[in-house]
Design a protein around this ligand. Structure first.
Ligand code: ADP
Ligand code: MG
Length: 153
């Protein structure tokens, strides 16, 4: 199975009406959407999500941020999707993220950054399992795959 990654449009992205624009970046890129849910992440779940940062000074703040309103939580699939999505997101905060990236194009905050994406195969697996059961991830063929990936000739 091709690689999968967890992508979240965080609460600021939803409140700023950027959910569609952010999804459209991944959709236009040719990635395959295999799961999605619109939920308010609980503080307990946010703590689990950011457990690797539990000793950082920003831990409490980022848990509050992620649970402060609804989020669009998604799983996208493609060969190499984890690194690809990270590149598309840009550097952690919009004020120094490159133009052309999601964070670079839509934000300038030093606190909020619109989008989350898994940073390694291990964290992708862990994060996907935090939000989705196997049954919630849809198995289907992308009809345009041959044109997208250049495998028709
Ligand atoms: P990324 O989301 O780019 O992988 P990190 O894993 O380093 O970034 O941090 C996780 C999240 O914690 C960031 O997306 C951001 O929301 C928040 N964060 C990171 N560093 C800071 C900071 N110095 N101050 C406030 N929030 C931060
Ligand atoms: Mg990270």
């Amino acid at each position: 199975m091709p690689e999968r990654t967890l992508i979240i449009v965080k609460p600021d992205g939803v409140q700023r009406h950027l959910t569609g624009k952010i999804i459209s970046r991944f959709e236009s890129k040719g990635l395959k959407l295999v799961g999605a849910k619109f939920i308010q992440i609980s503080p307990e779940l946010a703590q689990k999500h950011y457990a690797v940062h539990k000793d950082k000074p920003f831990f409490e703040g980022v848990v509050k941020y992620l649970s402060s309103g609804p989020s669009m939580v998604m799983v996208w699939e493609a060969e190499g999707v984890i690194a690809m999505a990270r590149k598309m997101m840009g550097a952690t905060f919009g004020f120094d993220a490159e133009p052309g990236t999601i964070r670079g194009d839509f934000g300038c905050s030093m606190r909020y950054n619109l989008v989350h994406g898994s940073d390694s195969p291990a964290s992708a697996e862990e994060e996907i399992n935090l939000y989705f059961t196997d049954e919630e991830l849809v198995d289907y063929d992308l009809s345009g795959a041959a044109w997208l990936y250049g495998t028709n000739n």
